[in-house]
Design a protein around this ligand. Sequence first.
Ligand SMILES: [Zn+2]
Length: 316
Amino acid sequence: MRPVLTRRRFVAGSAAALAALGSRRGAHARGGVVTKRTRLVMLATGGGPRPRTERGNTAHALVVDNVLYLVDCGSGVARQLVLAGIPLPTLRHIFITHHHSDHNLDYGNVIMQAWVSGLRTRVDAWGPPPLEKMTRLYFEMNAYDIDTRIADEGRVPLVPLVHAHELSQAGPVMQDERVKVTATLVDHPPVVPALAFRFDCPDRSIVFSGDTNKSDALARLATGADLLVHEALWVAAVDRLVARVPNAATLKKHIIDSHTSVEDAARVAAAAGVKTLVLSHLVPADDPAITEQMWIDAARLHFKGEIIVARDGMEL
Ligand SMILES: [Zn+2]
């Protein structure tokens, strides 16, 4: 629910009281109604590329003043946006943390689906190399459909709308009138580079870990942030998870070496001094033996702030 003030309460409130409300709830006044400027929607919250009934492949949406900033594009992201009531043509920026398919599989598709839904404005995409090549090849692969729709449906040319920017190092990424985005390098072997992003929005600051093992660089990036969205691994369940696949031994080593246990995610949140830890990109994503309360209890041992276990579609 969005916080709503009636006009009478709004008029009666002092400027100081409203300012306090705004900073506490991340709200601002618009025509007497107070709404949240920055919405965080957990579109899909599972780790790993397998399709599942629970927890889709990773995608998160930041909506600031009704403008969409998308962080990762796992399979199904466009439909998750529709289910969340976020209009696809509001897509303005895409951020890819790293090139594993559970984070980028629908990168081109979500742009295409925004375009067929009415997008006519610029989209900037930010992520590790070879993002420019991926963008070019995606449009080449889909040239027949794109050209047909321009001629047949009167759509604006898509390719000139999309601008890909490759990121390989820590530092400032972009800034506009709504957000300032900063990246750091995290450690997710063998994928290099792998990025975490911090968004300083008008009313709160939100950090996305991407995929990483326990990262001091991430803790520094997240220092003092309101929310840290951190990947989380339930180590004891890895054997059950990998038992289903033929490449079990190799997959187990990758998972342990390149991800963060829920306990360490909590330690990073504590080191950064964030207000809220949001556990997302859960691995395993669909093991009914691991309940939400178990994730929270494991994190609670190491972090005293608010802990949220993300679910697909959850708005924060
Ligand atoms: Zn990954």
